[in-house]
Structure formats: C-alpha cells, structure tokens
Design a protein around this ligand. Structure first.
Ligand SMILES: NC(=O)c1ccc[n+]([C@@H]2O[C@H](COP(=O)([O-])OP(=O)(O)OC[C@H]3O[C@@H](n4cnc5c(N)ncnc54)[C@H](O)[C@@H]3O)[C@@H](O)[C@H]2O)c1
Length: 338
C-alpha cells in the first residue's frame, strides 16, 4: 500500500511513519517541518519526503497513493489561538482541501486526525453520539474538519475520523507541552511536577504508538465498518483526573510526590468512552501509563530527549516562528525604503 502521511514529521506522524515502514508500506510525507527535519532523519532514505504546505499542494502529490492519513495541523489549543484565522485555514480548510484532492485523484481511503478535545467540558462519560462542546478554535476546527470530510465518504472513498485522546510517550519529535510528557520532564529537571489548576479536570490519554496503530488498524478494516465513521481512540481505563495523574507519574517513577500549580483553572474536562473502537475493530491500547512514563524518564536520562529543546513546546515554538517571520518582513520593508 502507498500511504501519504501529512504532518508525518510531527510527534505522532514520525512514529506512525516508522510503523508503516515496518509493515512494508510505501510512505510519502508532506510536512512544512516547522519543528525541523531531524524527526525523520533516520528513515529519510526509505520515505518520499515533500517539504510543502497542505494549503499549497496540488493533485500531483497524491499520484499512486492508496490511503491518506491527514495529521498536519497546528496541534493544540493554545497554538490554535495564536492566529485563529490560520488555524481555520490549516486545520479546517486545509484538511478539507486534502480530502477533496484525495477523492478527486482516486485515493481509496482518507483518515482524519481529530481530537477528543472537541468534547470540551462535559459531565459524565461521552461517546461518539454525544453532543460536542468545542471550547477553542483548535477544537472547533477539528469538528468542522470532521463534518466537512465525512460527507465525502462513498463506495469508492472511505472516510474515517479518529478523535484521539491526549497522547503521551516518547517520539522522534518530542512534545513536552502534553500533560504526561510535561510532568515527567519537569520532575526530571526540577524535582517537582507542574500541575495545571485545579487538578480535578478529567482527561483521557493514549500512548503514542497505540494511537498510531489505530490509524493502521482503520486502514486495514473492512470499509463497511469504518466508512463515514467517527471513533474515539484510547481506552476507558486511561481516563484520569489531572492531580491523580500527577500522583501516578511520581509513583510510577518511585519518587516522592512533589508538585506546584500553574495556570488558570482549566475549563476543559471530559471523560471519554472508547467502547466503539474496541467493539468494532477489536482495538485496545497496549502500553500502560507506567511503562510510557518510565520510558520517558529513561530517554531523558540517556539524553535522547532534552527538556531545554525549544521545539518541544509547541505554542512557544510557533510564537518564535511568528516573531522571526515578522522580523524578516520588517527587514524587507526597510530594504524597500532604502
Ligand atoms: N498529540 C496529541 O495529544 C493529539 C491529540 C489529539 C489529536 N491530535 C492531532 O493529531 C495530529 C498530529 O499531532 P502531533 O501531536 O503529531 O502534532 P505536531 O505538531 O507534532 O505535528 C503536526 C505536524 O504538522 C506539520 N504542519 C503544520 N501545519 C502544516 C501545514 N500547513 N502544512 C504542512 N504541514 C504542516 C508540522 O510541521 C508538524 O510536523 C494533529 O492533527 C493534532 O491536532 C494530537
């Protein structure tokens, strides 16, 4: 199978690409590589890599492709608020464009990387039938992208949206702005966790290789099971309140529970039911909180990931890129005056 992964250089994408290669698929990646090209360096000779923006690509990029996994996006709530119109342009309209082009050139399947964040703030367990409550531009763009792409599904074009839980674990493009990764990184550096107030908020989690495997499982599933379907990706036992999670992080590492609070109280809180993907596809996360946490600690110890790497804080890094861009514009304006 030839699989096109947009955002293949990212946190999830760089793991997913390697899993696809391990299974013998041909992989093509389209990515702006906002976080650098290092994440795919060790597999670069086995992947077709196109450094391009999903807002600019044309039909030629999809030539010979069987499946599109659409991961390119400004990838969290705070990044989505930096320039909301850009978030809509990339995360909603950009993905719609990728889906339309895929269908036009005869790609057989399209899988959208959506997010459980579209549930926003809700009491009780929510599932794919529940009302959504997107509280941010990022979450709204995900929901709009789901709506806009799922209707394209037909007998020849199978469309699936995967609402991923918050991901954790080691990747080749590291993200410390994700809750578990950030807690482990902070403890390793400062000897205490940083916990987002007020700690009672619920969140579901999924290990990075497990969420990547969901894309592969959907790719291989009979079309009648996945076409025009939304699946939450994770496992019911991975729903946890943030302060409890912080305790779990230190207990997994066999360390004393030391923490400090940060931020305003988080308005988002959702507990998610993952029965549909389990019952329909037999999908089950395989990596526990403890194992993922221990692996992160080990990677920090051996120096394969670094807390002080500025690209690991997604929103801060995007702010830096915007600042550089503005400076370049200012310099070129000076050039014109002179
Ligand atoms: N990581 C999570 O916890 C999580 C949870 C739910 C959903 N998701 C979704 O999964 C997808 C992947 O997330 P991630 O954690 O790997 O994020 P990431 O930021 O690490 O990766 C996104 C990739 O997309 C690329 N990109 C961004 N805009 C682009 C554009 N206009 N054109 C081409 N490339 C572009 C970036 O360079 C980056 O490599 C995203 O759609 C994200 O919203 C992630």
């Amino acid at each position: 199978m030839r699989v096109l992964v947009t955002g293949g250089g990212g946190y999830i994408g760089s793991v997913l690409v390697r899993l696809l290669l391990d299974e013998g698929h041909n992989v093509r990646v389209v990515d702006r590589f906002f976080f650098g090209e290092e994440s795919l360096k060790s597999v670069a000779d086995r992947v077709e890599i196109l450094k391009a923006d999903i807002r600019d690509i044309d039909e030629s990029v999809f030539g010979g492709v069987d499946v599109v996994m659409d991961l390119a996006a400004l990838s969290n709530d705070p990044s989505g608020e930096l320039e909301p119109q850009k978030t809509i342009d990339i995360n909603y309209l950009g993905r719609l464009r990728v889906a339309h082009l895929s269908k036009k050139v005869g790609v057989k399947r399209y899988i959208l990387a959506s997010s459980c964040s579209i549930y926003g703030a809700q009491d009780g367990m929510v599932n794919e039938e529940s009302d959504v409550n997107p509280l941010t531009t990022y979450a709204s763009a995900n929901y709009l992208a789901e709506q806009g792409t799922l209707v394209l599904g037909d007998d020849n074009f199978v469309v699936t949206a995967l609402r991923q839980a918050t991901v954790f674990g080691y990747s080749y493009r590291m993200r410390f702005d994700l809750a578990i990764n950030g807690m482990v990184g902070a403890y390793h550096t400062y000897g205490e966790l940083k916990v987002l107030r007020d700690g009672t908020q619920w969140r579901p989690f999924v290990y990075v290789r497990d969420t990547s495997n969901a894309f592969i499982q959907v790719m291989k599933a009979p079309s009648e099971k996945v076409n025009k379907q939304v699946f939450n990706v994770g496992g019911n036992e991975f729903n946890i309140q943030i302060l409890e999670l912080a305790k779990l992080v230190t207990s997994s590492l066999n360390k004393p529970f030391e923490f400090s609070w940060y931020g305003d109280p988080d308005k988002r809180s959702y507990r998610v039911d993952f029965s549909k993907i389990k019952e329909t596809l037999g999908y089950k996360p395989t990596v526990s909180f403890e194992d993922g946490i221990k692996e992160l600690w080990q990677k920090l110890e051996e120096g394969s990931i670094r807390w002080d790497d500025p690209t690991t804080r997604t929103v801060n890094w995007y702010k830096t890129l915007i600042e550089w861009n503005n400076r370049l514009k200012a310099i070129s304006r000076c050039g014109q005056i002179l």
